[in-house]
Design a protein around this ligand. Structure first.
Ligand code: BTN
Length: 222
């Protein structure tokens, strides 16, 4: 796999997209700083120096929530195994530590490839926002961003090559805000978060009636 290290870029995701359109394969783009980092729903993604911002390609023709959840499971596995960080996964794409968002995953399909973008507030002193945090604020430790990136890519490819084996069980065991009340964007209401289905949909309950949520996002009610 080719590693491309950039000092500053608009977005590693857009850079990766250009490379794929130009026929490039099997690479990762890592940037020290992104000036126009993007999150889901085209939200601005703050990407200051010290954080981990990268995008890589995987041969696969579907960027479903299940795919995104598989990358989350890879991030969780590496962070726990290598650093002892007990992160949780908020359906479908958020990485949580101490109940706050520390990172996110953005998967976008181009032809028979998915560009996987991972952003984690690693070595940043302060997230600067109440419902976000950083690994450094949570643990007081700095980690090697390049090493973390390589391990996440390796683990992600392993899970995809193993046909998503155990992804749903791992996600269930480490799901953030289970049994808590959250605002569910697609339902435009508050519901209790219960579980995920075998194909990665969210199960919630409203007045004890179960509902399946196919897409959207959830936010803890405080
Ligand atoms: C989200 O939580 O909405 C997903 C955030 C994904 C951010 C990463 S940082 C690396 C890659 N480049 C981008 O512009 N976005 C992704």
């Amino acid at each position: 796999m080719e590693e491309i290290f950039l000092d500053k870029v608009d977005s590693t995701q857009d850079y990766a997209k250009e490379l794929i359109l130009n026929g490039k394969d099997n690479f990762t783009v890592f940037a020290r700083v992104q000036e126009y980092g993007r999150g889901r729903r085209e939200r601005h993604w703050f990407s200051k120096e010290g954080g981990l911002w990268f995008s890589f390609d995987i041969d696969f023709n579907n960027a479903s929530d299940l795919f995104t959840m598989a990358i989350g499971v890879a991030v969780r596995e590496v962070c726990f195994r290598n650093y002892g960080y007990n992160i949780k996964l908020k359906w479908p794409n958020d990485i949580i530590i101490d109940g706050k968002k520390v990172g996110g995953i953005l998967c976008e399909r181009i032809g028979n490839k998915v560009i996987v973008g991972v952003g984690i507030n690693t070595n940043i002193e302060n997230a600067g926002c109440d419902n976000s945090t950083t690994f450094f604020s949570a643990t007081g430790k700095c980690i090697d961003n390049k090493e973390l990136m390589r391990e996440i890519i390796k683990e992600s490819r392993k899970i995809i090559d193993n046909n998503f084996c155990d992804v749903i069980n791992e996600f269930r065991e480490n799901m953030a805000f289970k049994n808590e009340m959250c605002y569910v964007s697609t339902l435009d209401t508050v519901a209790k978060i219960l579980d995920v289905t075998d194909n990665g949909h969210l199960i919630v309950s409203i007045d004890d009636i179960k509902k399946e949520v196919f897409t959207g996002e959830i936010n803890l009610c405080i």
